[in-house]
Design a protein around this ligand. Structure first.
Ligand code: NIG
Ligand code: FE
Length: 421
């Protein structure tokens, strides 16, 4: 699905720019064009700039010659489609009770120990049919389009056995082909210890390395592998073994690191050459410096900290240290049953000390880079996919200022208007 589209009368185009993650001070440098137009041909942006001058005239001529559909933005602002680079969006069942237990003070790990948590969702997901996963996942993808998410990462990790882990990846592959949001698949068999391996995390990792990872890689069922590296889940040594095995099979690496305790997962990410390390609420200064030196992207998940009532990751400090920061939702049925992009904007600007420009970069270009797709999406520039949002605002900064409101009036994916349909 690749379209031609000419978007005119754009009040403001605001975008990060480039084909790789922006780091440190570069994250604050947006490309802003007033009174702009964008031409998308066969799904790819061929012009993005002011609505005057010879380059614009040439674009206009092409649009007329090809009789491309015209979209009049009527003075509204445009930004790139959002890239939500960390989610667990494919799952069965819910865990509403845990939300209220935590609201009353029970911790995430306490609930995990009592048999709630990931184990509960894994049980429901094992029992769910393929069709059930497709329909609940499909519904979530539709709401993603309504808030402007054009690329999403989806992790397995609610099977914790060979069959269900693979079924989750197959369901995401099917969904990728069925609807407009691009889905980047991550294998996360090492998300929690299944009951069959209770008390034996090392043996479970051996099983995953021997019996599941090779097939995931051979059949190209995922681009990345991820692990929940955490005290009393999978600790450093098992995490390293798992990640090195995945790397040897050609998978990119991600890691849930230093979310609950400062175990050193961020340092591990740097030493194994991970693309990104995620959560990082407790990451040490030394490990963050190692990440900066190794070029590992820091993925911060403000909605999870919000829901768990934990202090936010120090994204401000990370950018000041020269790291590339991406922001994502972490949508999952437990620690964060939210994928609210508007809430991420509000928290990042009001409570994490990021500028609007840094936040937009973190939700677009740097998110794309965390998925190895910064060459294709994440900014509005010639050569990139036509993944573009029109906002109900004259300036992009209203995404933060109009706090918690969904301003997306149109979502364009690959040059096709996909929301509203
Ligand atoms: O990123 N931390 C581990 N995994 C998820 C939570 C998944 C769940 O609770 O179901 C996270 O927060
Ligand atoms: Fe997560």
């Amino acid at each position: 699905m690749k379209g031609d589209l000419f978007i005119v009368n754009i009040g403001q185009i605001a975008t990060a720019s480039g084909k790789k993650a922006l780091r440190g001070p570069d994250m604050g440098r947006l490309l802003v064009t007033q009174n702009g137009a964008i031409l998308v041909e066969k799904g790819i942006i061929s012009y993005a700039g002011v609505q005057e001058g010879p380059d614009y005239e040439a674009a206009l001529k092409k649009a007329r010659a090809g009789a491309y559909p015209l979209l009049d933005a009527a003075g509204k602002a445009c930004v790139p489609g959002f890239v939500d680079c960390h989610t667990h969006f494919l799952f069965a069942g819910f865990r509403a009770e845990e939300f209220f237990w935590r609201a009353q003070g029970l911790s995430y790990m306490e609930i995990h120990r009592r048999g709630g948590g990931i184990g509960k969702t894994a049980k429901a997901t094992r029992e769910a049919s393929f069709e059930n996963l497709l329909s609940s996942g499909g519904a979530r993808l539709s709401s993603m389009l309504a808030q402007g998410i054009t690329t999403v990462e989806g992790k397995s990790g609610y099977g914790l056995d060979r069959t269900t882990e693979l079924r989750q990846l197959q369901a995401m592959a099917a969904l990728d082909a069925m609807q407009p949001v691009d889905i980047v698949r991550t294998f996360m068999g090492a998300h929690s210890l299944p009951p069959e391996f209770s008390g034996r995390p090392g043996e479970y990792i051996d099983f995953i390395i021997a019996e599941v990872l090779p097939e995931v890689a051979r059949e190209k069922m995922a681009e990345f592998a991820d692990i929940f590296c955490e005290k009393a889940i999978f600790e450093l040594e098992d995490s390293r073994r798992y990640l090195e095995a995945a790397k040897a099979l050609g998978l990119g690496l991600k890691i849930h690191a230093d979310e609950i305790e400062a175990l050193g997962g961020a340092g591990l990410a740097a030493s194994v050459g991970a693309v990104s390390a995620e959560h990082l609420l407790k990451a040490s200064a030394q490990d963050l410096a190692a990440m900066a030196a190794a070029g590992v992207i820091a993925v911060c998940l403000p909605l999870t900290a919000f829901v768990l009532k934990e202090p936010y990751a120090n994204a401000r400090g990370m950018i000041d240290k020269g790291l590339a920061v991406a922001l994502a939702s972490d949508l999952n049925p437990g620690s964060c049953y939210s994928q609210s992009i508007p809430l991420i904007f509000a928290i990042a600007v009001l409570y994490m000390g990021l500028s609007f420009a840094e936040t937009l970069c973190a939700l677009t270009l740097n998110g794309a880079a965390a998925l190895g797709r910064a060459d294709r999406t994440g900014s509005i520039e010639p050569g990139k996919l036509g993944d573009i949002l029109i906002l109900d605002a004259p300036e992009a900064s209203h995404l933060a200022y109009n706090s918690g409101m969904n301003l997306v009036v149109n979502t364009v994916k690959n040059g096709v208007l996909v929301y509203p349909r």
